[in-house]
Design a protein around this ligand. Structure first.
Ligand code: MSP
Length: 515
């Protein structure tokens, strides 16, 4: 099935339920949400999936430590993730939990198919395992600093690994090195940014070993249909969530409609699973590999990855308390480029919030409404067809569209904010607040209203509440989310003659919490 224009299936990683969400998780989810919202503006059919990864040793151990059953532990934390996404205005169409019956059925159907096609066999295995990663490592992949037993540490979590030895079921990953290399040669767009594609090719070139896909030592997982004494390895169960949610094993038509249009948003630490293991598994089941994987970097606090285990964890709720929902979303999307790691600090959040939201966007709205109230009776005036801002708006819409398409939200928002800055510059140059009421003042204010209308549409994927409030205050009807790009971003569509409302500052300035 080829990719179909007009359909967009976007996924986040599904989050482990060993703990509550932090801002690093919010980063991936808000990015996927903004992409979903942008594609809805384009008029695409969108399906946006997020959820929780509930099986495996890590969750089982965290449940033991909390004195809960794994299912209770999953119920508690799955609710925390769902609450966090609701708080952040995340517009997911489905929330999948891997402990659900629908997911068990899909995992069993897909892996049974792989077994029937001869890609799974039994063997003995002993190896080094990091429970935090839920991944096996070879000794040479570990960090050089040895632990007390003389073994290196996990390269991601810098914690000791454990030695495991079991009779397991193995997936013939080694048979897929060439098909994967060919796939990535033919589809350079499949992994982005380009550096991550190269990293993927490097992993494949190093050679692929068959991989253990079952566990006999735990029972918190999806039972293997042909050997119920074992459960599937959590990663092989988890990856299949992307297929479960669109009907794999139960609704072939639905699966075929969405699968060719999939866009996985993932962090760089789970590249190997999404760009090597997952496409190979799909090929083994006779399905197409994922069409697009978009790989982002980490939010760093003081140079370290923000993590559940570290002391650097900041919850979405704490951020929303200080910056509001749109303040948090805007920061994650605008301040951090998609791809590289980015520093995350309260100071940079305050600076970005005050500059972009309180000063640029908030000021433009309040100035226009205040001056209109004084000089034009509070009624919206018409933009000029030949305004100097018309050409800027045309360029900005084109740049923002290209940037959302390329999954670079910070670039899209840079473009959008250029239009806001230019409108503020026009107001400062013409100073309508000092001029006598008349055609000149009406024209400049009409131009600024038109900028606010276009910006409300363009910024709505990032700051949905603020965009709707701007839309309402400048006298536009309905929901800004129902507008369409490009038709509703063409210069000149602002309808004059309606009341423009003044109100509380959209984004009150935040003072630095100094000593
Ligand atoms: N359960 C697996 C994913 C299975 S997907 C089939 C998992 N879960 S996780 O909860 O540990 O991480 C989920 C995502 O959050 C990953 O993409 C990871 O990169 C991301 N992040 C965790 N900490 C992060 C930061 N500090 N910064 C940005 N993203 C980070 O892995």
């Amino acid at each position: 099935m080829p990719e179909q224009p007009g359909r967009f299936y976007v996924t986040t990683p599904i989050y482990y339920v060993n703990d509550a969400p932090h801002a690093g998780h919010a980063y991936a989810t808000v990015t996927a949400d903004a992409l979903a919202r942008w594609h809805r503006l384009l008029g695409d059919d969108v399906f946006f999936l997020t959820g929780t990864d509930e099986h495996g040793l890590k969750v089982q151990r965290s449940a033991d430590a909390a004195g809960r059953t794994p299912q209770q532990q999953a119920d508690v934390h799955a609710a925390h993730f769902a609450d966090a996404w609701r708080l952040l205005d995340v517009s997911n169409d489905d929330f999948i939990r891997t402990s659900e019956a629908r997911h068990h059925a899909a995992v069993q159907a897909l892996l049974q198919k792989v077994y029937d096609r001869g890609y799974i066999y039994a063997d003995d295995y002993s190896g080094l395992y990091c429970v935090a990663c839920e991944e096996y490592y070879t000794a040479d992949e570990l960090d050089e600093n040895p632990d007390a037993d003389g073994l290196g540490l996990c390269p991601i979590h810098h914690r000791p690994v454990e030695s495991f030895s079991e009779r397991n079921w193995f997936f013939r990953l080694s048979e897929f090195a060439e098909p994967l290399a060919e796939h990535y040669r033919d589809h350079p767009e499949a992994v982005q940014p380009e550096g991550k594609r190269n990293e993927t090719l490097g992993l494949i070139r190093q050679g692929l070993r068959d991989i253990s896909i079952s566990r006999s030592s735990i029972d918190w997982g999806v039972p293997i249909p042909w050997d119920p004494s074992q459960v599937f390895y959590v990663w092989y169960d988890a990856l299949i969530n992307y297929a479960t949610a669109i009907g794999y094993g139960t609704d072939r038509t639905r699966f075929d409609a969405w699968w060719p249009n999939v866009h996985h948003v993932i962090g760089k630490d789970i590249l190997r699973f999404h760009c090597v293991y997952w496409p190979a598994l799909l090929m083994a089941a006779g399905e197409a590999p994922p069409a697009h994987v978009h790989v982002h970097g980490f939010l760093l606090v003081g140079g370290e990855k923000m993590s559940k285990s570290g002391l650097t964890q900041i919850t979405p709720a704490e951020l929303v308390d200080e910056f509001g929902v749109d303040g948090v979303r805007h920061h994650l999307l605008h301040d951090l480029s998609f791809g590289p790691d980015g520093d995350f600090s309260e100071e940079s959040m305050i600076a970005r919030y005050n500059a972009d939201l309180a000063n640029n966007l908030g000021n433009l709205l309040s100035r226009v409404a205040t001056v209109l109230a004084k000089k034009s009776g509070g009624i919206g005036t018409a933009p000029r067809p030949d305004s100097p801002l018309a050409a800027v708006a045309g360029e900005v819409v084109a740049q923002a569209t290209a940037a959302w398409e390329a999954v670079t939200p910070s670039v899209a928002l840079d473009a959008t904010w250029r239009l806001i800055r230019e409108a503020n510059a026009l107001l400062e140059a013409t100073e309508p607040w000092k001029a006598d009421p008349g055609a000149e003042v009406d024209a400049v204010l009409g131009d600024a209203l038109e900028v606010l209308r276009i910006v409300a549409v363009l910024a709505s994927p990032a700051v949905p509440d603020a965009a709707q409030e701007i839309w309402r205050r400048i006298g536009c009807d309905g929901s800004v989310a129902d507008r369409r790009v490009p038709v509703d971003t063409i210069w000149g569509a602002y309808v004059p003659g309606r009341p423009v409302l003044t109100g509380d500052p959209l984004f009150p300035r935040i003072k630095a919490s100094g000593p």
